[in-house]
Design a protein around this ligand. Sequence first.
Ligand code: PBG
Length: 327
Amino acid sequence: MAGFPTVRLRRLRGSEAVRRLAQETRLSPSSFVYPLFVTEAEGAATPIEPMPGCYQLPVSALADEAREVASLRIPAVLLFGLPNEKDGVGTQAYAPTGVVQEAVRAIKAAVPGLAVVTDVCLCEYTDHGHCGILDGATVDNDATLELLAKAAVSHAEAGADVVAPSAMMDGQVAAIRSALDASGFEDTPVMAYASKYASAFYGPFRVAADSSPQVGDRRGYQMDPANARMAMRELEQDAAEGADILMVKPALAYLDVLRQAREAFPHPLAAYNVSGEYSMIKAAGQLGWLDEGRVAMEVLTAIRRAGADILITYFAKDVARWLQREE
Ligand code: PBG
C-alpha cells in the first residue's frame, strides 16, 4: 500500500472548490422537518423562553408560518398542540376540532404542498402529563392504544400527511396502522418514534408544550439511555408493525444508535435533534462562547453522517437561510 509521501491526504483540502467536491455529507433543507407548537389560546405568538427563536403559535398565525417554511424549501412541519383543556384521558388529543386538527386544516388550506406531520401522543392533553392513560400509578399500555389510534385517525381526517406516534406504548404502530386502514387512510404513512429514550434533553420541550408529568417520570415507557441493543428491538418491532419511517430520538448523544439503525434497516431514518440540543447551542451562542451557526451546521452534518435521512430540528429555518447564503 502506498503511503506518504505518495499519499498526501491534504491534497483534497487545498481549496474551497476541491473541498466541496470531496464532501461526503451535504446538508440540504430537503431533509428538514420543522417542529411547530400550536396553541389553542388566541392572541399573539408567545416566545418559548428556553428555546430562543421558537414560539407558541395561535392557529391564526399558521398560514404565514407555513408560507415562510415552504419558501425556505423545507418540505415538512411537525405539529404539537397546546389545548385549552386537559383531562385524565386526553380528550383533546382526538377531538375532531382539537387544536392540532384545526392547525392541520389551516396549514393545508394555506400551503397544500407543505407536508404536515402530527405528533401522536397524549402527554400534552392529559392533566397528569403522562403519554397514556393511568391505571393507578402506571400507564395502561393497552387501554392507551385505542386513544392513540383515535388521535391518529382524527389527524388524518383533518388532512395530515404523516402521523408520528411518540408515546412509546408497545403495539402503538400496529394499532394506528390498522385504525388508519379501517378508516380509508391506507396511504397515510406512519413515522414511528421507534427508539425514543427517557432523556433530560427534552427539558425545554416540556416547557414549550406544557407536558411535564405531574407525578413520576417517563422511564416506565421510554428507553434507558444506557441501552443500544434494546433500541434495535424497538426498531424491529415498529418495522414489523408497519412503520414507514423509523426514528431515533434524541440525536446527538445517540449517534451510535443511528449508525446501527442505518445498517440494520432500509427504511428512511429520521433523527430528532431535540429541544435540549437546540437550547444548549443557542445559550452558548448568546453568551458568545460558541459560534451558534457553525456549531449547528456541524451537529446536523454529523447526524446526517451517522445515517439519518430526515432531520427534525428547531434549527431548520435558520440553517435553510444560512445554506442559501452559502450558495
Ligand atoms: C411526546 C414528545 C416529547 C418530545 C417529542 N414528543 C416529549 C417527551 O417525550 O417528554 C420531545 C421533543 C424535544 O425535546 O424537542 N409527545
